[in-house]
Design a binder for this molecule. Structure first.
Ligand code: NZQ
Ligand code: ZN
Length: 393
């Protein structure tokens, strides 16, 4: 097991334009000869005027739109968009939305360049792990800070008929640029703001809570993001008063939590996400809520393997300096759950409609989706996954 900072390659080509009114930059950022397809969700981008702003700036361009991407974007909807791109020859995709719209746009960018069915890029019982060799250029305008998808190469697509939510990634789908205007978050309801804060918090912890390798930069950077999220959270979820400073700090936290900076030379453990994805695939629970329902139980069950980092987390993020190692870990888990609850988030499975009788199915689904031997050490097998789901009840 690696006990010092590991080797890494770092690459992130996404240009960030951050600040109010940055949509005006679109015309500088997209070459004028591009045929642009704007991709958005159900109705927020239309209803709150973001699409109007985009059309106004792109008035000299050939532009059309594809709306209707669902939260937890569905494969068949992406296939419809891919058909439109192929039939009408679009050569630039502009996502306007949250993680779901950006993830869908990445998939559409790849699918539009494939002759075969795009599902083939997946593994498990869905596809053939077909290599990704081309993608259309894409960019994003972020309306919900949460996933970091605006500055990374990942995407998650849902197959409702398989009750499967599958991640994939390719360096070809880094957005060319992303526009982050904190004022676009002013229309978000409290629930989505809380979701966004907690998704970013859990991304940071999935990279931080492993075992110490003396990687001081990613560790301290992660602690800074976690403390920032805790500090700004009460102002962020205040939907009466739009606190620009809080929204700006929140927005940038969500991006840097998963743009690759934290992942330099450290082990990672994405098991809260893998266990959470199965809950969303089962009953449609919001992504972030599936995570907060699992994480406190996972920290408890994995306290021995993660002791070094859990104590560091207790001391450096929550300022818990008194007591034994075990007492510090107990308090850190309690503080984490309290933080989630202060935002109205679930902290156990009964909060998200999962019962003991569902646990067999959830663990079987993990196997079907190639999610076996999880965690930074590869030792989180089906028995442990079952223990975590049970502890989370
Ligand atoms: O569809 P519309 O009408 O736009 O409404 C959306 C949606 O209902 C609404 N919304 C977005 N911006 C708004 C707004 N409502 C009012 N005002 C605005 N400014 O918010 C709802 C949720 O949107 P969604 O995009 O689904 O949320 P989120 O950003 O949390 O994305 C979740 C998806 O991202 C995946 C998740 O699995 C899930 O499918 N993830 C992607 C990752 C990545 N690519 O790196 C990593 C994450 O861990 C995550 O797995
Ligand atoms: Zn997430």
């Amino acid at each position: 097991m690696m006990r010092h900072m590991g080797e890494f390659s770092y690459y992130n080509p996404t240009k960030i334009e951050f600040g109010p009114g940055k949509i005006a930059k679109l015309a500088e950022l997209i070459p004028i000869d591009k045929k642009v397809l704007i991709i958005y969700g159900q109705n927020s981008a239309k209803k709150y005027g973001t699409l109007d702003q985009v059309y106004e700036v792109l008035r000299e361009y050939t532009v059309d739109e594809f709306g209707g991407i669902e939260a937890n974007p569905q494969y068949e909807t992406c296939v419809q968009a891919i058909q439109k791109v192929k039939d009408e020859g679009f050569d630039f995709l502009l996502a306007v939305g949250g993680g779901s719209v950006i993830d869908a746009t990445k998939f559409i960018a790849v699918g539009a360049m494939m002759e075969e069915e795009p599902r083939l890029i997946f593994g498990g019982d869905i596809g053939e792990n077909k290599p990704i060799t081309a993608a259309l250029p894409l960019a994003s305008i972020v309306t919900l800070p949460a996933t970091g998808s605006e500055a990374n190469k990942g995407s998650v697509i849902t197959f409702p008929e398989h009750q499967a939510k599958l991640g994939w990634h390719s360096p070809l789908v880094y957005p060319q640029f992303s526009i982050l205007d904190p004022t676009l978050t002013y229309t978000l309801p409290e629930r989505q703001l809380a979701n966004g804060i907690c998704d970013a918090f859990v991304h940071t912890l999935e990279i931080y809570l492993t075992y110490p390798v003396d990687a001081k930069i990613p560790d301290r950077f992660a602690e800074g993001i976690l403390q920032t999220l805790v500090e700004v959270a009460p102002d962020v979820v205040d939907t009466e008063q739009h606190n620009y400073a809080a929204r700006a700090n929140f927005m940038w936290s969500a991006t840097v939590a998963l743009n690759g900076w934290l992942r330099t030379g450290v082990p990672e453990d994405w098991s809260t996400h893998w266990l959470g994805h199965e809950i969303t695939a089962l009953n449609g629970t919001d992504h972030a809520r599936s995570l907060t329902a699992i994480l406190p139980a996972l920290m408890d069950i994995r306290r021995q393997q993660k002791a070094g980092k859990l104590v560091m987390y207790a001391e450096r993020v929550w300022g818990i300096t008194e007591g034994t190692q075990e007492a510090k870990i107990d308090q850190a888990i309690m503080k984490t759950a309290e933080f989630f609850r202060s935002l109205g988030m679930p902290t156990c499975l009964s909060d998200v409609g999962v019962e003991e009788a569902d646990i067999d199915f959830l663990t079987e689904q993990l196997v079907r989706h190639d999610k076996i031997n999880l965690s930074e050490q590869g030792d989180q097998n089906q028995t442990v996954n079952r223990q975590i789901y049970k502890r989370a009840l």
